[in-house]
Design a binder for this molecule. Structure first.
Ligand code: TRP
Length: 454
């Protein structure tokens, strides 16, 4: 076996926690609530859920299949299965998307670090939204601290990635995910029981489909990909470390369930409070950083809760960040034959630079725009709304049309260890070959105005 010395996950629980650790992150607790707020609430959520079940699950199977089959990084994987094919563009998109996502993700990761420190100060928590909004914009538009925090967040992620799979990624993920769940649940309960929370609950659960536009559809699709870590080889890369015997269906289902549960719970923690406190829901990226401290202000031992929450949010963010970095590092080490350390240093330098631009674009560089977007918004938008859907589209086309059907079945059944009923397999193939590619294409064309559904 050529891969004998390749690192891998140590246990089934380890795989699950690491994949769930990649999926659950700022996407659930920061991005999902603010997109729900920007896109009119319940209708967005329903479309999001449909996309998760119908499109994202098959894409997740597909990525796992490619990764585990080849036990290689994204470039290596595509090359092994289809030498010299144009599908190698999946590799290019993966590395580009990883850099693009990290260039705003680690800035927001830096904000969570700052908010851990802020939470110790007695003046931080207040029942006054305007004050909290000012504290946030004052901090995030500064030129020094947010950049330092971004580099600190990125540096810590880099250190974990250098340590490798078993000793790094797996070990850190195991402990903190369950703790995060308990804390968010607690916040959701407090939020729902606030006076005036009803309007927020209505916003989350009563759909108004007249608010749906092509952009909303694309935002929901992009967010579904983003939240489940799909469309840029992240699951291909993690899949390559998964043991031959694991059931890929099961891992995918459990990951999607955990991730979606976290997102809905985050919505329940944020939106009722947003309405109860009279904060405008369409705030954008600052939303959680204004809303949650206001909930903490209403809890006994609020500062303590606040420290705990932002600490765990930071951990959730870092378990996702390492999965993004791992895509670049696996490519550098296996294809370009760099050492792990050199690969991480190069990734740190590139993302450190772009991330600094994106952090400064909330302040001194706010007037520098490309396609009408600041650096921060551009990285955020391009990642989820272009790179991930296009990457996901290519992945399903690859597994559906380029890979051998027998190989796909062999992976889904873990070499025969898992019984896959033939009608289930046919159904999965139907979605992978036709439904998913067509649906993604329609959403993409609709958003650029080439076809008009909404
Ligand atoms: N899913 C993570 C989150 O919700 C972010 C993330 C990790 C990601 N790996 C990814 C997003 C790969 C897209 C692709 O925070």
């Amino acid at each position: 076996m050529a891969n004998m010395n390749r690192d891998g996950f140590g246990s089934r629980f380890g795989v699950l926690v690491a994949v769930a650790g990649s999926a659950v992150g700022l996407g659930n607790l920061w991005r999902f609530p603010y997109l729900v707020g920007n896109n009119g609430g319940a209708a967005f959520i329903i479309i999001y859920l449909l996309f998760v079940i119908l499109l994202c699950l098959p894409i997740m199977f597909s990525e796992f299949i490619i990764g585990r089959r080849t036990q290689a990084n994204v470039f290596g994987a595509i090359n092994k299965l289809a030498p010299k094919s144009p599908f190698i563009i999946i590799g290019i998109i993966s590395v580009a998307a990883s850099i693009s996502i990290m260039s705003f993700y680690s800035v927001v990761g830096g904000w969570t670090l700052e908010y851990i420190f802020k939470s110790f100060s007695p003046q931080f928590l207040t029942a006054d939204s305007a004050n909290l909004a000012n504290q946030f914009s004052g901090f995030s538009s500064a030129s020094f601290m947010p950049v330092v925090m971004h580099l600190l967040f990125l540096g810590l992620s880099a250190l974990i990635v250098v340590a490798g799979i078993k000793n790094g990624i797996e070990k850190y993920s195991k402990i903190l995910m369950p703790a995060l769940f308990v804390l968010v649940l607690l916040l959701a309960v407090r939020s729902i029981t606030l006076d005036g929370a009803g309007a927020g609950i209505r916003f989350l659960f009563y759909p108004d489909f007249s608010k749906i536009t092509g952009e909303t559809l694309l935002a929901a699709l992009g967010q579904a990909f983003f939240s489940l870590s799909l469309g840029m080889g992240c699951i291909i890369t993690y899949g390559s470390y998964v043991n031959r015997k694991e059931n890929l269906f099961k891992i995918s289902l459990m990951t999607a369930a955990a991730d979606t549960g976290f997102a809905i719970l985050a919505g329940l923690a944020v939106m009722p409070a947003v309405f109860a406190f009279g904060i405008p829901p369409g705030q954008g990226p600052s939303l959680v950083f204004i809303t949650l401290p206001q909930i903490f202000a209403q809890l006994p031992f609020g500062n303590l809760f606040s420290v705990a929450f932002f600490f765990i949010l930071f951990i959730a963010a870092i378990t996702s960040a390492i999965s993004l970095l791992e895509v670049i590092v696996a490519y550098f080490t296996e294809e370009l034959k760099l050492t792990r350390k050199a690969a991480v240093i190069i990734a740190f330098t590139i993302i450190g630079t772009f991330g600094t631009l994106s952090s400064l674009s909330n302040g001194v560089l706010k007037d520098v725009t490309i396609f009408g977007k600041t650096f921060f918004d551009l990285f955020d938008y391009a990642s989820s709304n272009i790179f991930l859907p296009v990457g996901g589209l290519l992945v399903v086309l690859f597994v559906g049309w380029r890979m051998k059907r027998a190989d796909v079945l062999d992976e889904l059944s873990s070499g025969g260890a898992v019984a896959v009923k033939s009608f289930v397999f046919r159904w999965v193939m139907l979605i992978i070959k036709f439904v998913a590619p067509i649906a993604i294409t329609i959403v993409l064309l609709n958003s650029i105005g080439l076809i008009k559904l909404f």
